[in-house]
Each structure stands twice: as C-alpha cells, then as structure tokens.
Design a protein around this ligand. Structure first.
Ligand SMILES: NC(=O)c1ccc[n+]([C@@H]2O[C@H](COP(=O)([O-])OP(=O)(O)OC[C@H]3O[C@@H](n4cnc5c(N)ncnc54)[C@H](OP(=O)(O)O)[C@@H]3O)[C@@H](O)[C@H]2O)c1
Length: 210
C-alpha cells in the first residue's frame, strides 16, 4: 500500500486524514507537537513544531529511516486568532504566519527528499479573499501567502502535483479560537479527508475550493 505523510496530524482535519488513510490500509507518517495523541492510530509518529527548522529536519530524518517514499503529503497545521491590527503584538502575528505559512515552506522544503517521484502535495488553505474581515489580518495574509507559495512551488517541482485545498467551514477545534459561530453547513473533518483522498485519486491540482 502507498505511504502518506501528514503534518498537523493531531488537529481536527489532520487526525481525520490519518484515520481515513490508516483505515484504507495506507502506511501513514504523522507529525505533530503532540505525537502521543496519535498512539494506536499509526506507529510512525514524529514530533515537530512546524516553525522550528531544526525540529522539522529531525522529524524528516527520522521519517526517512522508517518510511518508504511518500506518495501523498499533506500540510494540515494551522492556527488562527481574531485580533485587530491596532492591538496585535508581534509574537502573535508571527505565530499565525508561522503555523499557516512559514511552516508550509519549512516542511515542504525539508520533505522533498522523502517524496516519491510523482508525489502529490496538499496544503490546507482557505478562501483568503473572504477572510479580509476585521481581526483576521494575520490569518488572511498567511492564507493568501500560502496560495502564492503553493503556486510557485508547483512550477518549481514539476514532477510533483501540488494542490491548495480551500474548504469552507470544517467542524474542528480551530473554531474555538475565534468569536465566530460555526456555520450549520460546516463539513465534518472525515468528509473533508475523503474529499482530499478523492482529489488525490483524481489527480486534481491547483486550487481546490470545497
Ligand atoms: N476548520 C476550518 O473550518 C478550516 C477552514 C479552512 C481552512 N482550514 C485550515 O485547515 C488546517 C487544519 O485546521 P483544523 O481545522 O484541523 O484546525 P485544528 O483542529 O486547530 O488543527 C490545527 C493543528 O495545527 C497544529 N499546529 C498549529 N501550530 C503548529 C505549530 N507551530 N507546529 C505544529 N503544529 C501546529 C495544531 O497543533 P496543536 O494541537 O499542538 O495546537 C493543531 O493540531 C489549518 O491550516 C486551517 O487554517 C480549516
């Protein structure tokens, strides 16, 4: 069976992906700040803060020793806060840009040697143009940056497929961090995991708005 690697694997979407893939018989590498949360799901667990270049490189080195080449790679880490620019402190801005954008760069770059020749990379983005609302400047800027990063990466890594998945609302703990009500139409994380897997099998690249 093929091999997948999920960053942000303890989050709502990341965990649903690990569960779906393991259930389908994939070998799954899972990176998280809390890898013990995934005990019993997959034996291939790695600890990394995605904003820590050294930790990311150590996780990739460990993964290279125990995993075959990765066909499906997903960046599902992310963070959000609602703070007006006037009140934002620099570490908070850096935390949001780090989790949503810099982490994507660090993990993608470090993971390149892990990837199979025709690997497919999925990055969890968002409808950044709709996020330009008071309080969400850092999150909206990071997700807009992720679109640009992924589009450029796709042109550089022509053997690999690159897709930015931009879901609407998904029912995960992310929503507990912002004073917003989860829409009734929110998708279950398991449904999104299935849609990502469907896109992998269909070879969908570019932007996948769901
Ligand atoms: N939920 C939605 O409605 C929605 C919609 C559009 C896009 N997205 C995107 O989908 C992705 C996954 O979100 P989610 O809904 O699954 O949120 P979530 O349940 O809050 O999961 C996010 C995960 O990212 C991890 N993370 C944050 N900063 C990290 C760091 N510096 N290093 C390592 N891991 C870090 C968190 O780890 P800890 O557990 O250690 O904090 C958490 O496990 C995010 O990029 C989000 O922006 C979500």
């Amino acid at each position: 069976m093929p091999t997948a690697f999920i960053w942000g694997a303890s989050g709502g979407i990341g965990r649903a992906l690990v569960e779906r893939l393991v259930a389908d018989g994939w070998t799954v590498g899972a990176a998280s700040r809390h890898p013990d949360d995934l005990a019993g799901l997959t034996e291939h667990r790695f600890e990394a803060d995605v904003t820590d270049a050294f930790a990311v490189s150590q996780a990739v080195l460990a993964a290279a020793q125990e995993l075959p080449s990765v066909e499906l790679w997903v960046y599902a880490a992310g963070d959000i806060m609602a703070t007006p620019v006037a009140e934002m402190v620099s570490p908070a801005w850096e935390r949001i840009l780090g989790a949503n954008l810099t982490g994507a760069y660090l993990t993608a770059q470090q993971s390149l040697p892990l990837l199979a020749e025709r690997a497919h990379l999925f990055l969890l983005g968002a409808y950044s143009e709709r996020l330009q609302v008071p309080g969400l400047s850092a999150y909206a800027a990071a997700k807009a940056g992720l679109d640009a990063f992924a589009a450029t990466l796709a042109k550089e890594q022509r053997k690999h497929r690159v897709t930015v998945v931009r879901p609407g609302a998904v029912n995960t703990p992310l929503w507990e961090k912002v004073p917003l009500r989860l829409p009734r139409t929110a998708m279950a994380p398991a449904e999104l995991a299935q849609r990502i897997l469907d896109a992998y099998h269909a070879g969908v690249t570019g932007t996948l708005d769901l």
